[in-house]
Ligand binder design. Structure first.
Ligand SMILES: C[S@@+](CC[C@H](N)C(=O)[O-])C[C@H]1O[C@@H](n2cnc3c(N)ncnc32)[C@H](O)[C@@H]1O
Length: 385
C-alpha cells in the first residue's frame, strides 16, 4: 500500500466526534467516543543486509526508567507492553528481568528501525510493532497474547524526534514544519495552511495554554496569505513578532509549537484511548504505569486512575447496584517525580510525573464520554476561515 493511499484512508476513515470548546452539548457533532479505523503496518523485520549503525545523532535518555519498571514489577514468564518504545530504554530494562517478553509499540518508523539491533540481541523476547498505542489491544491480539501482565507508557516525544531538524518539531533547528511522529495524517504545515483562525486560536490556547492564542492565530492567517508557512523557523518568527518574552523566559514560540505537536499527533486522544485499551488487556494483578510530561496529560491519567479506582466509578446516574466495581487499584497516591540527580543529568526529567495502578478482577468500565478539545479531522475538514 502506498503512503498517499494510507494518508487518504486515514483522512477519510478516522471519524472523530466531540464538542469543540465553547459549544454546548448537542451543538457539535454527536458526542461519542472516538472511533479508530486506523491503518496497520505489519510487524517490521530488519531487511536482510540492512546494518543499523550507532551514529552520533541525539539519542533519548530514559526518564524515570528505573521507577517505571519497578512499578511494573516484571516477572519470569510475564508479557509486557512497552507502548512507547522510543530508544528502547524501558524495554531494555524489562528484558533485564529473566524470562520476560516485551511487545513494544512506536508509531515512529525511525524508532522502530533503530530498535532492530535490540531485537537481534533479545533472543526472541522482543517484538517491535509500528503502530499507534491506541491500537494496543489489537496489537496484543495479533501477537497471540490478548491478556498481558503490564503496560508501560512514556508519552510525548523523544529527544531523537525533538533534536533532529528534519523531523520539524523544533524552532531551534530550522526544518520542514512537519511534527508528525508517524507517517500518516496532516503535518503541522498542513494545519497551519488550512485551519480557520478560530480553530488555530482554540488549538493554541487549549493544547499550548498560550494566553496570546488569538494574536498568534491572527498573525498566522495574515502571514499565510502572503506566503505559505513551510518551515519551523518561519513559524517561530511569526509567533515571536506577537508574543514577547523576557530574557530567561521560555522562547515565545514554545507554547505554539507544543500545541501544534499535540494536535497533529492527536496525543490526548491517543492517551485516553490507550488507557481504556490497557484496562481491557491487563490481567488481574497486571500493572499500568504511565509517565507524562505536561499537566494536560497528567490530568487525563490522574482522572482515569481516580475514576477506575473508586467504587461506583461508572456513573453517578446509575443505581448503586449497577455501578461498576473498581477495575484498578491506584499504587501512587501522589505522582512520582524525578530526583535532583536525574534532573541534573537530564533536565527533560523536570516535568515528568509517573502514576501507576494495578488491575483488579472487576470487568472493564464503560468507555468514557468524548472530551471537549479540538479534533484534527474536524478542523482539517473545516477549511480556511
Ligand atoms: C518519550 S519517548 C519514549 C522513550 C522510551 N521510554 C525510552 O526509554 O527510550 C516517546 C515515544 O513514544 C512514541 N509515541 C508517542 N505517542 C505515540 C502513540 N500514540 N503511539 C505510538 N507511539 C507513540 C514516540 O514516537 C516516541 O518514540
Amino acid at each position: 500500500m502506498q503512503t498517499c493511499c494510507l494518508r487518504r484512508d486515514f483522512a477519510e476513515r478516522r471519524l472523530w466526534r466531540g464538542r469543540l470548546p465553547g459549544e454546548r452539548r448537542g451543538d457539535g457533532p454527536r458526542a461519542a467516543r472516538t472511533h479508530h479505523v486506523s491503518f496497520r503496518w505489519p510487524v517490521l523485520r530488519r531487511p536482510p543486509g540492512c546494518a543499523m549503525t550507532q551514529d552520533d545523532r541525539p539519542r533519548h535518555i530514559s526518564v524515570l526508567g528505573r521507577e517505571a519498571v519497578a512499578f511494573l514489577a516484571p516477572r519470569a514468564g510475564g508479557v509486557y507492553v512497552d507502548a512507547t518504545f522510543g530508544a528502547g530504554g524501558y524495554s531494555r530494562t524489562i528484558l533485564g528481568a529473566p524470562g520476560t517478553r516485551v511487545i513494544a509499540i512506536d508509531r515512529d518508523r525511525t524508532a522502530i528501525a533503530e530498535g532492530f539491533d535490540l531485537v537481534d540481541r533479545s533472543d526472541g523476547r522482543l517484538t517491535l510493532v509500528e503502530d499507534r498505542f491506541s491500537n494496543l489491544a489489537q496489537v496484543c491480539a495479533d501477537q497471540g497474547v490478548p491478556q498481558v501482565d503490564g503496560v508501560v507508557m512514556d508519552v510525548g516525544v523523544s529527544s531523537m524526534q525533538l533534536d533532529r531538524a528534519e523531523r520539524g518539531f523544533s524552532f531551534r533547528n530550522d526544518g520542514p514544519l512537519d511534527m508528525r511522529m508517524g507517517q500518516d495524517g496532516p503535518s503541522a504545515a498542513d494545519v497551519v495552511a488550512s485551519a480557520s483562525e478560530t480553530d488555530l486560536a482554540n488549538v493554541i490556547y487549549i493544547f499550548g495554554e498560550e494566553r496570546h492564542s488569538r494574536a498568534v492565530a491572527r498573525a498566522i492567517v495574515k502571514a499565510r496569505g502572503e506566503a505559505p508557512i513551510t518551515t519551523t523557523r518561519a513559524l517561530a518568527d511569526i509567533v515571536s513578532r506577537v508574543v514577547r518574552s523576557k530574557p530567561g523566559e521560555i522562547h515565545p514560540a514554545t507554547r505554539t509549537f507544543q500545541a501544534l505537536r499535540i494536535f497533529v499527533n492527536e496525543e490526548l486522544d491517543e492517551l485516553q484511548t490507550a488507557l481504556t485499551a490497557s484496562e481491557r488487556v491487563l490481567k488481574p494483578g497486571g500493572r499500568l504505569v504511565v509517565v507524562s510530561f505536561h499537566s494536560l496529560e497528567d490530568r487525563i491519567v490522574k482522572n482515569f486512575i481516580g475514576a477506575r479506582s473508586k467504587s461506583g466509578g461508572g456513573s453517578r446516574h446509575l443505581p448503586v447496584a449497577a455501578q461498576a466495581a473498581p477495575s484498578f487499584m491506584s499504587l501512587t497516591k501522589r505522582p512520582v517525580v524525578a530526583d535532583e540527580a536525574e534532573i541534573a543529568a537530564n533536565p527533560r526529567a523536570r516535568s515528568a510525573k509517573l502514576r501507576a495502578a494495578e488491575r483488579t478482577d472487576a470487568p472493564a468500565h464503560a468507555e468514557d464520554a468524548a472530551f471537549g478539545w479540538p479534533i484534527l479531522a474536524n478542523v482539517m475538514r473545516g477549511g480556511r476561515s
